[in-house]
Design a protein around this ligand. Structure first.
Ligand code: FES
Length: 266
């Protein structure tokens, strides 16, 4: 295997002997994550235009409380102290916490947003390494618990994709169909499943923490599948991040009457 020696230079932020475009990755991550956080925060605070007929924005799913419109919520009308709160804010802490504490994203935003360090062999602002063994970063360990909730969300989003195939008829019934929005929501759950089922914590749970897998064919098979997804975890992370935002945008613009949802199959 080839190797490249880069002399270490002590010093402040960005000090390095590297001559490659090391800044490209942290800058791209900075732009991508910041754009997502800004859009997701804005969309979650709106509290409107989050469904269009049988399409529900993934930022608002599961819809725990909702008081009007043609879409059903889990618990019906919100209690009076919740009426002014966007339904997205009640649930987004779960996928948000899962993403923020993801092993891949941690490595990415420590570089891009905290410059800690910005890249390998590049100077950082702090001289002391605190690591993730102390407060507050030790809290990142909750990732393994968020993982259970995230898996649950995949099934909910799968149900949303299924519902997106059933369109209301003029007589009040339902008929099977495929619209562009159906495909958007279907791809959304596929990408999110690829990301979630490739999680490092899930890989550990499913077999990585065991000494011997060969005597447990079921575990060994599941472990191989999760490992396959885990090998491309970064790719799944970015595609699913982009697509979940686009899915909200698609539903939102259809609900606002700006985009038209084409029916591909009736
Ligand atoms: S490590 Fe990325 S989702 Fe668990």
């Amino acid at each position: 295997m080839g190797s490249l020696d880069v002399g270490i230079r002590r010093g402040g932020l960005g000090n390095t002997s590297r001559r490659d475009a090391w800044w490209l990755y942290p800058s791209s991550v900075f732009l991508g994550l910041t754009a997502f956080v800004v859009y997701a925060t804005w969309a979650a605070l709106q509290g409107n235009y989050f469904y269009f007929h049988n399409y529900l924005s993934p930022f608002y799913s599961p819809l725990l409380f909702w008081s009007h419109g043609g879409i059903h919520s889990w618990f019906g009308v919100p209690p009076h102290w919740l009426v002014n709160i966007s339904p997205a804010l009640l649930i987004l802490w779960a996928p948000g916490g899962f993403r923020v504490s993801c092993y891949y994203y941690r490595g990415a935003y420590y570089k891009s947003h905290w410059a800690d360090p910005p890249a390998c062999a590049v100077g950082e602002p702090r001289l002391k390494y605190r690591g993730e063994r102390r407060f507050p970063l030790i809290l990142q360990n909750v990732h393994r618990y968020f993982m259970y909730i995230a898996v649950f969300f995949i099934f909910i989003l799968g149900k949303d994709a299924w519902d997106a195939m059933w369109f209301r008829t003029a007589s009040g019934g339902r008929e099977f169909g495929i619209g562009v929005g159906t495909l958007v929501l279907l791809l959304n759950v596929v990408l999110l499943a690829g990301y979630t089922f490739g999680c490092h914590s899930l890989r550990h749970l499913i077999g990585g923490g065991r000494d011997k897998l060969s005597s447990q064919p079921g575990h060994a098979c599941a472990y191989r599948c999760v490992t396959k997804l885990n090998e491309r975890h970064m790719t799944w992370a970015w595609f699913s991040l982009f697509w979940v935002a686009f899915s909200d945008l698609y539903v939102r613009l259809c609900a606002m009457g700006i985009w038209h949802d084409w029916r591909i199959l009736r």
